[in-house]
Design a protein around this ligand. Sequence first.
Ligand code: GRF
Length: 194
Amino acid sequence: MSKVKAAVFASGTGSNFEAIMKSENLACEIVLLVCDKPGAKVIEKAEQFGVQTFVLNPKDFSSKTEYEAEVLQAVRSHDVEWIFLAGYMRLVGKSLLEAYEGKMLNIHPSLLPAFPGKDAIGQAFQAGANVTGVTVHYIDEGMDTGPIIAQEKVPVFPGDTETSLKARIQAVEHVLYPRVINEVVCLSEFNTVD
Ligand code: GRF
């Protein structure tokens, strides 16, 4: 039986993309990387893994609706059923949300609802938190506000720097995200088998 197809949306270095690709027995096949930052490192990573890339610059579109229409066409043409955001620095609009309702996940480097938005690690560090963490959640129209699926705590140690904290958080992300992807995809498959 062929695996259900999925896309990763990412704008950055792609360490989570890489962790997903390297995860053994992933319940779905990553067939596409969608990237809104031409030149981002994650594009090279996708090429190394032989994953097709769809790179577009939102500035080339006159509206978010037009931009998302292109994205939607790309994911549909690859028969994508699931979308995993991994450092995609953009709010998802109505057209994608409607098309992939309940089928879009995001990973965020804090224990949401604490420290949403950009630079969650820096925010936690500056706030002097002694515990922060990682959240995987469904996407909705808000900024890191969708229903939470899984969270894992990460301690902040005295003497930590933002860099050391980021490394500890990302190590957790790289295990948690593939695991949650598998759980959610498998559960959905199970529920649709008749
Ligand atoms: C991760 O920390 C993720 O939680 C956040 O963006 C970062 C992406 O990092 N949403 P990378 O590009 O996967 O290394």
